[in-house]
Design a protein around this ligand. Structure first.
Ligand code: SF4
Length: 548
């Protein structure tokens, strides 16, 4: 009788796993809210759910960002944990970003070894983006060749030819894209392999808060410095808005409703979540993972009023991303309001200092001058301002890359990052690239750069006309570092242009970072620990994952 009850309890219990992220300087910086949103959704539906958080606790300094370190002792440890836990659950979900997928693939093998009957589910941004791209490719290939509709084996072969990640992701029993609601279908026992979760409404006030109680939130270490008192406060990540409507061509999710549609939480609901976290965990610092806090300026200003109140009453401190032209055009007092409200730092994705790249290639809707103006407004307001840039855009020449460097020197941000462009699934540069049959590399000509903005596939391009190349990685097995931040001192580039080799891209990145930081003395005044780390989040354009 008791055994039957235990069996029933186990049958109804779901295990969700957050894979390790050894590519981060420290893994326990930002909480894995993707998996925690999914857990909250299941708890709300009355399901018993547990989270196995495999983010490694503080590493010794010689282990920073080493994939190889996981091949040894720690890999055995985390896979042992998976094997031990997997026996007790019938449904096991893994939520992974693209760089985490390498570990999610190994976790799948460990689950199957330990509990071959468990139903395995992949969710998170990698699942969403690969699934969306797969659907678009099926539509595109079938329109070109209607015989694919009846010959599924040849369709799968054509898909594999385009992207090895379809097959590796498809090893999971189910792949859930979008939010977590698709898991209910799986638990009900009537789900297809590839599932698109129900669309979220525009109002997300009633989406349950991430189930932070299911992980050791205290072990996550991030701090912000109160810009007015200097107090350093423990900080965690939150989201008050999901999705971004802009078309930037390096940013994943531009074709996915989940990442493109803006859904906002009311300022009041946002404050309720911050207060809940403060009262339950004593946390006073909040890193907003919103793509751009000021997409809807009137709402942002309402939120700033409440944030300021809490800053004054309870000492809350914040950090978040804003979009430059949405400040310079109509709201030049934004930085002042942010500082008054308790923002330790405002961050901006500047991407490039070249107007050619910003306007003709990325379609960022900003210019070099707008970004200079924005940095100037931040400086005048007295708020710390961090700029994120990268090298390795389509069409980029050495002169364009140097424009990014001179932008940094001219704008004098408080802090900046120069990273190497790493194309990820779901970004127009990745999705619309063409395979060179001779080399296996992917490329874009000016035609793909142009038409990808309208989400159109091209025909008849010639690699001789390429303006951008990249190595498409199988993220399940690649030995190449697929994280856009790279390893300090060991950056590698998987992209190049006819004018910039992969080696030159890395040389320029290192030069700009080192010499620029020396020239500006650029250190953040915000008291931010692990300043160059962005953790992984749900729902964010991975942007969080990809851009920052
Ligand atoms: S880079 Fe920023 S503005 Fe551009 S699409 Fe991504 S989130 Fe939106």
């Amino acid at each position: 009788m008791i055994e039957a009850l235990i069996k029933k309890a186990e049958r109804e219990k779901v295990l969700l796993i957050n894979p390790p992220s050894p590519f981060l300087i420290e893994e326990r910086v930002f909480a894995p809210t993707g998996v925690l949103y999914a857990a909250a959704e299941l708890e709300q539906a009355g399901r018993a759910v547990e989270v196995l958080d495999l983010a490694r606790k503080a590493k010794s300094s010689d282990e920073h960002r080493s994939y190889d370190s996981l091949v040894g002792e720690y890999e055995n440890q985390y896979l042992d944990q998976v094997r031990a836990a997997a026996r007790h659950f019938t449904h096991i979900g893994v939520s992974a970003t693209t760089p985490q997928y390498k570990f999610a693939a190994r976790i799948l093998d460990a689950i199957r070894e330990s509990n071959p009957d468990a139903v395995t589910i992949l969710g998170g941004s990698h699942a969403t983006l690969i699934s969306g791209l797969r659907n678009r490719m099926i539509a595109h290939l079938s329109a070109k060749n209607p015989s694919y509709k009846s010959n599924l084996a040849s369709l799968e072969a054509a898909l594999d030819e385009i992207d090895p990640n379809f097959k590796s992701v498809g090893r999971y029993d189910h792949v859930v894209s979008g939010g977590a609601s698709g898991i209910h279908q799986i638990l009900a026992g009537n789900a297809p392999k590839w599932i698109i979760s129900e669309k979220l409404g525009k109002d997300i006030d009633n989406v349950p808060m991430p189930a932070r109680h299911l992980i050791d939130i205290d072990s996550y270490q991030y701090t912000l410095k109160n810009p007015h008192t200097g107090e350093v406060v423990k900080t965690t990540n939150v989201m008050s808005q999901w999705g971004c409507p802009f078309p930037c061509n390096f940013c994943s999710g531009r074709d996915d409703d989940f990442y493109r549609t803006v859904r906002t939480m009311s300022p009041q609901a946002t404050i309720r979540e911050l207060d809940f976290i403060n009262e339950k965990y004593g946390i006073k610092g909040f890193m907003f993972f919103d793509d751009e806090l000021n997409i809807n300026n009137p709402r942002f200003r309402d939120l700033l009023v409440l944030l300021k109140q809490r800053h004054e009453e309870r000492g809350y401190v914040y950090r978040g991303f804003v979009k430059s032209e949405l400040i310079t055009e109509k709201y030049p007092d934004t930085y002042k309001l942010m500082l008054d409200a308790g923002f330790a730092e405002a961050c901006t994705g500047v991407e490039s200092g070249s107007n050619k790249i910003l306007t003709n290639v990325i379609k960022k809707n900003t210019t070099r001058e707008i970004n200079i103006k924005s940095a100037e407004l931040a400086r005048k307001a007295g708020i710390s301002f961090k700029a994120f840039t990268m090298i390795g855009h389509p069409f980029e020449t050495e002169a364009d890359a140097y424009e990014t460097y001179t932008w940094i020197l001219e704008s004098r941000p408080t802090g900046f990052d120069v990273t190497v462009h790493q194309p990820y699934p779901g970004a127009p540069v990745y999705d619309f690239a063409v395979k060179d049959p001779d080399t296996g590399n992917f490329y874009l000509t000016s035609k793909e750069v142009e038409l990808s903005r309208d989400r159109k596939f091209t025909e008849g391009s010639d690699p001789k006309d390429a303006v951008f190349y990249f190595r498409k990685l199988d993220f399940a097995s690649s030995t190449s570092d697929s994280f856009y931040k790279g390893k300090p001192g060991e950056y590698e580039s998987n992209v190049w242009t006819p004018w910039l080799s992969p080696q030159r891209i890395v040389e320029l990145r290192d030069k700009f970072e080192i010499e620029g930081k020396k020239a500006l003395g650029a250190t953040s005044v915000s008291g931010i620990s692990y300043d160059s780390v962005m953790g992984q989040a749900a729902g964010a354009s991975i942007k969080e994952e990809h851009k920052k």
